[in-house]
Design a protein around this ligand. Structure first.
Ligand code: BJW
Ligand code: ZN
Length: 280
């Protein structure tokens, strides 16, 4: 994981990004797994990614679940435990505070970890306001939700202990008795049309799309910033690595989100170019 302390953010790029955001009447933010990396949540791709040892089609597809539901559930039970012990970091908190300050900014997330929701709740509570303006449109569902694989009935999976030792032990729907599955969007499945529709509407009318911690290879999520671009808006990216979108960006801020966002958006070290942010 990238070191947190003393990350240098190029001051010229930082000034450009701040100016672009200050000039924008409407901003949409798209986040990916990288924003949660410094909370301890593994990303999907890359050296330390979740899929270094598993191919996506072995675990995150409807076919994989039909073939071996216990294997898929074992992976999700492990991730629930891991992510459940993680906390929002300075990047989530900074973003939540910035969104609460400006209702014309919209957060769209590919993440299923619930850390944006928790940061929004924490920051809103500290301010004595409602968290709604900082809640994300969750494109890929929630790691902590369950859904019946047959009738679609949704329930919370937060307090459910998963025994994935055999298919017989897996959780079942109380309404119809079919297997429950995690309430996430797998490859080949359609995103909720209302959610992805709202994301594109926000992106099309945005002057800027701030793209944070995503490799931008999974569609349709990766097309959200392109909608802003096609409508004449600009992209600003926060990512320690170049991505599929970098060549389209007005500004790329190379660094970890937990360090860069507090410097860019506030809620961290004031006005300096040295981003000594830490996970909270
Ligand atoms: C840091 C950092 C730090 C590190 N700070 N940054 C068009 C073209 C080609 C293919 C398609 C297309 N349209 C659709 C497809 C097919 C497919 C797809 O996109 N495939 C491509 C991969 C080739 N898409 C789908 O199947 C989608 N469904 C669909 O299109 O349905 C159509 C349909 C219509 C009608 C009926 C039926 C069907 C669904 C996609 C679902 C994706 N689901 C997953 C799993 C969710 C559940 C789970 O978690 O288990 O979502 S896949 C996985 O990838 C997860 C993520 O949300 C998603 C994106 O990953 P993300 O967030 O970008 O993570 P990484 O790891 O890739 O990147 C991390 C980044 O962070 C890196 O850049 C690092 O550098 C950076 N980073 N540390 C900041 N500290
Ligand atoms: Zn059911």
């Amino acid at each position: 994981m990238t070191g947190r302390d003393g990350v240098e953010v190029p001051s010229e790029a930082l000034a450009d990004a701040r100016a672009i955001l200050a000039d924008a009447a409407r901003v949409v933010v798209l986040t990916g797994a990288g924003i949660s990396a410094e909370s301890g949540v593994p990303t999907f791709r890359g050296e330390a990614g979740l899929w270094r040892d598993h191919r996506p089609e072995e675990l995150a597809t409807p076919d994989a679940f039909a073939r071996d539901p216990a294997l898929v559930w074992a992976w999700y039970a492990w991730r629930r435990e891991l992510v459940g012990a993680c906390r929002p970091n300075a990047g989530h908190r900074s973003l939540a505070g910035w969104l609460l300050d400006h209702p014309e900014r919209r957060l769209v997330s590919q993440n299923v970890d619930g850390l944006h929701e928790r940061a929004a709740g924490d920051v809103a509570l500290e301010r004595g306001v409602e968290p709604d303006g900082a809640l994300p449109l969750d494109l890929h569902g929630s790691l902590f939700g369950d859904r019946c694989a047959d009738c679609g009935r949704r329930t919370s999976g937060r307090d459910r202990a998963i025994d994935a030792s055999s298919v017989a032990a897996l959780p079942r729907c109380e309404a119809c008795g079919s297997l429950l599955r995690p309430d996430v969007v797998w490859f080949g499945e359609a995103l909720d049309p209302d959610v992805i529709g709202a994301a594109f509407t926000a992106a099309e009318s945005a002057d800027v799309c701030l793209v944070v911690g995503t490799s931008a290879v999974v569609h349709p999520a990766a097309s959200v910033p392109l909608a802003t671009l096609q409508s004449g808006g600009h992209l600003v990216e926060v990512n320690p690595e170049p991505t599929a979108l970098t060549r389209h960006c007005r500004v790329q801020l190379p660094g970890p989100a937990a360090a860069v966002l507090p410097v860019l958006l506030g809620g961290g070290p004031e006005q300096g170019s040295k981003a000594g942010a830490s996970a909270t």
